[in-house]
Design a protein around this ligand. Structure first.
Ligand SMILES: NC(=O)CC[C@H](N)C(=O)O
Length: 325
């Protein structure tokens, strides 16, 4: 293949983070702009041609609608540009799963779109940023990366947006995939996919919304009372996601309050692994709840926001979307 032409959209995060010294513990994410990032990437001698754009320079804990809207617009433009073969988004790791999944729901299968981050700042000893970026270049430049949805590259592994979660607060290998683990292994000089693309030719699942409605996540715990439900509704939540116990459970009074909340309710789990299925201990049919299946709370919230933005209200229709992969 000809030298792949990669567009890099920078948003910040630890991959652009700096402590000012290799032995400094504290650091600030989003300190290194795309020009400097590209300069560093050029020195690696990768077989790729780069162009870049700064979308934001933030820790991803601060990401939200304005950055997502800009990012989506830039990626759509890059997909339509004959001079671009693949897109890389540099991103903080804290909310990479949310951004990746939102883009996954709203972009057509076409050119590869790859999110990449780092767990150690650029000037730390053993920084993982440049290796992850080199790996992302390898993936974004591979035509077989298209048709797999939005991808996340971390620690020599490729994850699909629908599976990926940040599963550890520290260490370079902080990302896991559920229910599928990684769908490929990557190094700067190799790329192995574990199967063929599963989304080839698919259009965008949802149109890009005009805005995302307010949806709250309620984290369940032993002894939880129903206050959180009332607070969220009082603050204008248009939907609620329960980060429930085990299979999406919560104490009886919480379930009862959710049932009469008058807004769509998705039951997910605070547990990292496994799915939440319908009508196991909670009678979803009776209460009108939606079971999150394989999606964790953060991604359940994104999907519920997109469904609400599309005008959907019927829990049965919503369940079909949560059942889809
Ligand atoms: N490893 C990281 O990228 C964390 C830095 C920051 N909290 C962010 O998510 O952007």
């Amino acid at each position: 293949m000809d030298t792949p032409r990669i567009r890099i959209l920078a948003t910040g995060g630890t991959i652009a983070g700096s402590a000012g010294s290799a032995i400094e513990r504290g650091y600030r994410p989003g300190q290194i702009g795309v020009a400097e990032l590209l300069g560093a990437a050029e020195t690696l001698g990768l077989d790729a041609a780069f162009a870049g754009r700064d979308i934001a320079a933030i820790g991803s804990q601060d990401i939200g609608w304005p950055q997502w809207d800009a990012l989506h617009r830039e990626i759509v433009a890059a997909m339509a540009d004959d001079g671009v073969d693949g897109v890389i988004v540099t991103h903080g790791t804290d909310t990479a799963e949310e951004t990746a999944f939102l883009l996954d729901l709203t972009l057509p299968a076409g050119k590869p779109v790859v999110l990449v981050g780092a767990m150690r700042p650029a000037d730390a000893v053993g920084s993982d940023g440049m290796r992850n970026l080199a790996n992302a270049v390898r993936v974004a430049g591979d035509t077989a990366a298209a048709g797999r949805g939005v991808l996340v590259v971390m620690s020599d592994q490729v994850f699909a947006a629908i599976d990926v979660r940040k599963a550890a607060t520290g260490g370079a290998e902080a990302f896991r995939g559920f229910p599928r683990g990684p769908i490929g292994n990557v190094t700067p000089t190799s790329l192995d996919w574990f199967g063929p693309p599963d989304r080839s030719g698919r259009g965008a699942r949802f149109a890009w919304p005009d805005a995302l409605p307010k949806v709250a996540i309620l984290h369940a715990y032993a002894g939880m009372d129903a206050d959180a439900v009332g607070c969220s509704l009082g603050n204008g939540a248009a939907g609620l996601v329960l980060a429930g116990l085990g299979q999406g459970n919560a104490p009886g009074p919480v379930i009862e309050a959710l049932a009469i909340s008058g807004v769509p309710v998705v039951r997910s789990s605070r547990v990292d692994q496994g799915s939440v299925d319908r009508n196991l201990e909670v009678d979803d049919d009776r209460y009108g709840f939606v079971a999150a299946r394989g999606l964790g709370p953060a991604k359940s919230r994104i999907l519920l926001q997109v469904l609400l933005a599309s005008g959907m209200r019927d829990p049965a229709r919503m369940q079909e979307e949560f059942d889809r992969r």
